[in-house]
Design a protein around this ligand. Sequence first.
Ligand code: CTP
Ligand code: MG
Length: 260
Amino acid sequence: MPTFAVLTAAGSGTRLGAALPKALVPVGDVPMLVRAAQGLADAGVAGIVVTAPAERIDDFSNLVTPLPGHPDLPVEVVAGGASRQASVAAGMATLPALAQRCGATLGDSSVVLVHDAARCLTPPVMIERVIAAVKDGCEAVIPALAVTDTVKQVASAHSDSPAGTEPRYVVATPDRSTLVSVQTPQGFRWSTLQAAHEAGRERGAQEGTAATDDAGLVEAMGGRVHVVEGDGMALKITTTKDLLFVEAMMKVLERRHNNS
Ligand code: CTP
Ligand code: MG
């Protein structure tokens, strides 16, 4: 049964602060959007719905239809929403039509991935791990890495201080061995993803209440989310420092590859 994907790329990239929407920013000369879509295609995904900022749909479509290296892969670009969660919902609404274009039907047990364009260097082998776990019967699957820093839960000492400037104090130190840091793509049975978004739909109207990942919506409705091993290369590019870091890392890997 074919696997389909929603690739979220409708964010503006406020923290990156580039002149372009984040997904159009090049990493090693190739826009993040294209790299992320190619990673999904290399992992065997049969079709992709991309969420784009409403005013950039044409620019996004020009980059991924056809997708370089995968000219026959069906890709649709749709306008995203006010939050990542709303963007995923918009992408999901187009999935049945995309599946039809691929000559397939989206059934309850079809595998659907949700992936961030900002994780544009995710290795296809990690994506394949997520797909395999859903095919093995898990209704929701996340790739995750062990946390290496000690993580503290904090609270604001004064609720009336401007955000980010308030004095804070530590409330708790969760046992690190029970914590993981979560990546994408996350994989779902289609019926589970639909039910989770349906149950949590109202949260998606604003960034403040929206789920930051789709597995969170499955958890909220009492579903079981399985964990598979993530990969350091699946890091999310959020800040300029992340961009500089991945570009430097790519140069080192390229040099190693050329010398081998
Ligand atoms: N995203 C989306 N729709 C939104 C917000 C985010 O499709 N309304 C996508 C982004 O394009 C990104 C992914 O969700 O690929 C993860 O979001 P994030 O890394 O936070 O990206 P941005 O929201 O673009 O960045 P920032 O929060 O710094 O503005
Ligand atoms: Mg964001």
